[in-house]
Design a protein around this ligand. Structure first.
Ligand code: SF4
Length: 198
């Protein structure tokens, strides 16, 4: 994980390595401080680390569509936050971040909008290359995500991708970060030596 962090750091990402999710959450809370706006993309990892509650209690305005009734409004507002938190669906050993998105809010924030973007990445997200990343997403992440959102897609039933053409399809957008976006002041990756998220 230290070696992976070095590979990403050489590309201009700000990288940090933590043994546990609790340590990563504490460091993130210190980095954000108080009085900021914090947007969150759909992320089981962020949920597991209880960052929504922690950052709110610390005096920040936290915008997460998972917690709001007007989800479309929350998705738009979260884009232009001081900090935007998310995970990455996969991270390759040669230093690329691989993500899919259905609605596009999370992918958009990974490219432009927030001042500081933070990826929180558990060790289960590490793959050999982009192709393996897409495979991992479709075979390991999409099924549980679809069930959580009650989506009517084949992988919700089989945990296998049928390259569906349904209206609920989640794999509409594919985004690969070769390097950090120039439109974001600071892109951080918190590597966490635990299994987190989907
Ligand atoms: S294309 Fe459809 S079946 Fe395949 S992973 Fe995406 S949502 Fe599931």
């Amino acid at each position: 994980m230290e070696q992976l962090a070095r590979i990403f750091a050489e590309k201009g990402f700000q990288t940090f390595v933590f043994s546990t999710g609790a340590q990563a959450a504490k460091a993130l809370a210190e980095m954000v401080g108080t009085g900021k706006t914090v947007g969150i993309g759909g992320s089981k990892t962020v949920d597991q680390l209880s960052l929504y509650d922690t950052l709110k209690e610390q005096g920040n305005r936290v915008i997460w569509h998972w917690k709001e009734s007007d989800k479309a409004k929350a998705r738009r507002e979260a884009l232009f936050s001081d900090f935007y938190l998310c995970s990455s669906n996969a991270v390759t050993k040669d230093g690329k971040l691989v993500n899919i998105d259905g609605t596009g809010n999370r992918a958009a924030a990974m490219m432009f909008g927030p001042k500081t973007l933070v990826f929180l990445v558990g060790k289960n997200k590490i793959v050999d290359n982009v192709e393996e990343g897409i495979k991992r997403i479709r075979e390991k992440a999409c099924g549980p995500n679809a069930r959580r959102q009650n989506l009517n897609v084949p992988c919700a039933l089989t945990d296998r991708c049928a390259d569906c053409h349904t209206k609920d399809r989640m794999c509409n957008l594919f985004l690969v970060h070769e390097y950090p976006s120039k439109g974001i002041e600071k892109t951080c990756i918190f590597f966490i030596d635990e299994e987190l998220g989907l």
